[in-house]
Design a binder for this molecule. Sequence first.
Ligand code: GFB
Length: 318
Amino acid sequence: MSILTPDTKIYLAGHRGLVGSAIHRRLENDGFANVVTRTHTELDLKDQVAVRDFFEAERPEVVILAAAKVGGILANSEAPVDFLYDNLMIASNVTHASYQHDVKKLLNLGSSCIYPKFAPQPIPEDSLLTGALEPTNRAYAVAKIAAIELCDAYRQQHGADFISAMPTNLYGPGDNFDLRTSHVLPALLRKMHEAKVERRDAVEVWGSGTPRREFLFVDDLADAALFLLDNVSEPGPINVGTGEDITIRDLALLIADVVGFEGDLAFDASKPDGTPRKLLDVSRLRDLGWTASTGLREGIEATYAWYLNARGAQGARG
Ligand code: GFB
């Protein structure tokens, strides 16, 4: 029987972020009528007592843990305490309160950066903890690995049905477009849009352009999240990706084409490349019956449309 019925009480932690807002849209569209959310101001997930009191009062049946401190390569390197401490506290408090309050199922969302820097490509789930991590996001990765371990420990010791999904690099509506803290895809969309409008000749692209990344449209992740809640009950991470990757240079060219920017790419070698390649092996999820459905160009077009709309709304507000 499906764990998710229209009346299931679902606590969606982090409903305002890129991932959480996509899952929220999806739950609303699918007619889930009993979704509980709290903003950061209403509930600080780093506060153990506040989290316990919230679970005591709300008693959710299902928990989706999409709350996290996230950021791009520079933000990760510059603020490791935030990425380690915040994410450890959030994961500890939410998993423990879920266990204490008999949550029937918890989905923990992580990231592909949990895997070793030089993991085999595509990266299978069992390469976790087989080698050294990529230094630019080690703090974040350690917190996300601890969250998987917590889920597995509650399963092993207490029989809790806590599962962990590891999405590849995500993008889409609701993304962070701040150029210092964002990931590459929204950063290049914004830079190219502004360069086109301002008729500039070149756009700065960090690093060498040779690293390869896999990009998943966030609405596809929302679809995978619901699929996993209903179809998976096992320890360890489950990869969620498209199975295809692209160099940063080719990504930049694709974004330029979508945006209509005709200038040059200026690579800035003083900025870090990060891990050379990060392509997930998605065969486990494919064998279970799920595949991503949004092509990269299509997803970038949708994200650009959202960005233009959000900019327009911001401009109109002054
Ligand atoms: O997306 P990104 O910041 O994170 O960078 P990671 C990916 C690649 O794009 C790097 C290059 O090689 C960057 O140097 N890049 C080129 C740019 N131009 C830009 C730009 O304008 N902005 C940004 N941000 N990058 C993150 C981790 O790693 O991936 C997180 O730091 C998380 O912890 C996330 O796991 C999914 O893919 O390198």
